[in-house]
Design a protein around this ligand. Structure first.
Ligand SMILES: Cc1cc2nc3c(=O)[nH]c(=O)nc-3n(C[C@H](O)[C@H](O)[C@H](O)COP(=O)(O)OP(=O)(O)OC[C@H]3O[C@@H](n4cnc5c(N)ncnc54)[C@H](O)[C@@H]3O)c2cc1C
Length: 319
């Protein structure tokens, strides 16, 4: 009977949705076994109740010292829980916190680990799928046979699931030691004034824009279209637009109604971030530019000739 454990993640009073996504996976994997969530913290009843909708069992590990995430204390209490409740699989979010303590836990459990997993098949041993080379290749791996496996799970993959409405148990576990590292404070990243991942119209500029002073042309166009300006990585690296405007695998994934790609070659790292846009129009002076492979409409031409014409036409239309 397989016991699939999910270590829930929460921060600043909010349960990270990856916790529920992992339970969806746990329910798909468990067969006639159980999905078991573990929630660690202080004042965690609300999390436990939410998790119980999707878990057969929710283990609460509660203590004042567990208010904020601490990898040493997490390992300490998890190892106490697992001493009497042997997991077959432990699922942890492939988040900043998860990436930190999952390998540590795997070593303590003497378990093989696979990270950033997007598919799991546990019918004959443990097989997982994960991307390589920033998403260019997908690989299927078979982990060496073991009694316990630790997997970190990519966010946003296992969104579909069913409610199981399980029970909540107090694990009655407290940290057994003082951690060497102490929580000091949260420092929130600066929030940019524009969230491009929510925009319906994006005017995206690439290295073809040539100079920072030309960004205002894109801004004028974006304003006329009721959209926002974003950029490819070189534009961000040059400091012409802030980091939160970068589209691509190391920036943001966007899906607007209209994506205007101006002077962008269409490298796969960029395309991975915008290929699902509803309508893609590309302007590039190179007819061979890969961006034309994903664009619905393409203009082979100089963006500096296309800009004024577009602006003029839009102004005319607006009357
Ligand atoms: C690990 C890793 C992560 C990465 N992550 C990202 C990412 O998240 N986002 C991202 O964008 N990139 C990313 N990159 C970089 C990516 O590989 C490309 O280098 C980058 O996308 C190229 O940007 P570009 O298209 O603006 O520039 P270029 O490739 O230099 O293309 C400029 C294009 O503009 C055209 N052009 C020039 N002048 C004009 C003109 N006047 N009129 C019309 N067309 C013109 C040219 O024909 C050319 O096609 C990443 C790379 C690595 C290695």
């Amino acid at each position: 009977m397989m016991r699939v454990f999910v270590i829930a993640e929460h921060r600043m009073g909010e349960l990270n949705p990856i916790s529920i996504e992992m339970l969806n996976l746990a329910n798909a994997l468990k067969g006639d076994g159980t999905s078991e969530a573990v929630v660690i913290g202080k004042d965690i009843n609300a999390y436990a109740e939410e998790l119980a909708k999707y878990a057969d069992v929710v283990w609460k590990i509660e203590d004042n010292s567990l208010e904020n995430y601490n990898p040493e204390l997490y390992i300490d209490v998890l190892m106490q829980l697992f001493a009497n409740n042997k997991p077959d699989v432990v699922l942890i979010g492939n988040t900043s916190c998860g990436s930190e303590y999952a390998p540590y836990l795997a070593v303590k459990l003497n378990a093989p680990i696979a990270t950033d997993v997007v598919a799991v098949n546990a019918t004959d041993g443990m097989k997982v799928s994960r991307y390589l080379f920033q998403g260019k290749l997908m690989t299927d791996l078979k982990l060496k046979d073991a009694e316990t496996y630790v997997l970190t799970i990519r966010q946003g993959v296992f969104k579909e699931g069913v409610e199981v409405n399980g029970e909540i148990k107090d694990a009655g576990i407290k940290p057994s030691k003082e951690p060497a590292r102490k929580f000091v404070q949260y420092i929130e990243p600066e929030v940019g004034e524009v969230d491009i991942s929510q925009a319906e119209v994006i005017v995206a500029v690439g290295r073809g824009i040539d100079d920072e002073s030309n960004i205002e042309l894109a801004e004028e166009l974006a304003e006329l279209l009721g959209g926002v300006v974003a950029g490819s990585r070189p534009v961000i690296d040059n400091g012409w637009l802030p980091k939160d405007r970068q589209v691509g695998i190391s920036g943001k994934i966007v899906k607007p109604k209209l994506y205007l790609a101006l002077g962008i070659s269409g490298a796969f790292q960029h395309v991975m971030g915008m290929k699902d846009s509803e309508l893609i129009i590309a302007v590039n002076k190179d007819p061979e530019a890969p961006i034309f492979g994903v664009a619905h409409y393409g203009i082979v031409g100089d963006i500096f000739e296309v800009f004024p014409e577009l602006v003029e036409k839009l102004n005319e239309m607006k009357g």
